[in-house]
Design a protein. Structure first.
Length: 276
């Protein structure tokens, strides 16, 4: 199974972010994945990459189903989370887990709304093809998936922060980030997908460790104990987004959809097709 974004992009990681998880494109991909034949994919660590996710250990997720389909369920490293979920804990636990990773590359994927797949030609070469795309197209050290939606946004969607309140500095940083995304990806690169989405990334492990430590020290450590819910700053996404100016060009977005594809705000006519 493979989705064709356009003649130059055949992404292999599909993210049904937001309500798109229940909409036409992602539900079609999910059905094809579940009804399709199983195959044996190479183990990520054989290609020098560690794959991690975040989920409640007792709950089966669509990402786990995807890895079962590829015969490599045991290769998925699950960082345990609990309800009620402290979104700052996702950042902390990721930072701590990264200290145990010794592969050259690391990938993080949300558990409840991501499918990983490829076509027959790519089977057995999925991870090497992903690494080749990462190294070949962006010349970066950390790559995040990109989306159309601006979330959380400085107009108040997805966040309860008030600009003149105690945490107003986060909203000011978000405004600067929105302008940065628009100018670099929207205006200069003419991209449609130019907002960072924190649900999927691939990076060089050592740089990714540095990124999470820098994020922790700059924005998270001093407010961690307050245990904010998702509505505070868009979960972890707001915090990751506002690091972009500091980390560019080592950290960039997959605005070409070479590896990742998000579907919020995307219609079936926006893609070239889905192929079994």
């Amino acid at each position: 199974m493979r989705l064709c974004k356009n003649n130059e992009a055949w992404p292999v990681i599909y993210h049904g972010n937001g309500v798109s998880k229940k909409e036409e494109i992602f539900t079609a991909l999910e059905l094809m994945m579940k009804n399709g034949e199983d195959w044996q994919e190479s183990h990520p660590q054989d290609e020098d990459i560690t794959v991690l996710t975040w989920s409640i250990p007792t709950e089966e997720t669509i990402l786990q189903d995807s890895f079962k389909k590829m015969g490599i369920e045991d290769s998925l490293n699950i960082i345990p989370i609990e309800k009620p979920f402290n979104w700052l804990d996702k950042i902390k636990k990721t930072m701590e887990f990264l200290d145990t990773v010794d592969t050259k590359y690391v990938m993080g994927l949300d558990a409840t709304d991501i499918i990983v797949s490829t076509d027959e030609e790519g089977r057995g070469k999925l991870w090497s093809n992903i690494i080749e795309s990462f190294e070949g197209f962006y010349n970066a050290k950390l790559l995040w998936n990109a989306e159309k939606n601006n979330w959380p946004s400085s107009d108040g969607r997805g966040t309860s922060i008030e600009e003149d309140g105690m945490n107003g500095y986060l909203m000011s940083a978000l405004k600067e980030t929105e302008i940065f995304e628009e100018r670099i990806y929207g205006d200069f690169l003419n991209a449609t997908y130019f907002r960072l989405n924190s649900g999927a990334f691939i990076g060089e492990t050592e740089y990714t460790k540095l990124f999470y430590n820098k994020l922790w020290l700059k924005y998270v450590e001093n407010i961690y104990d307050k245990g904010f819910n998702e509505s505070f700053f868009g979960g972890d996404q707001g915090f990751v987004r506002i690091m972009q100016k500091d980390c560019f060009p080592e950290m960039v977005l997959d605005y070409k959809c070479k590896i990742f594809h998000t579907f919020s705000g995307v219609r079936m006519e926006d893609i070239n097709g889905i192929y079994e």
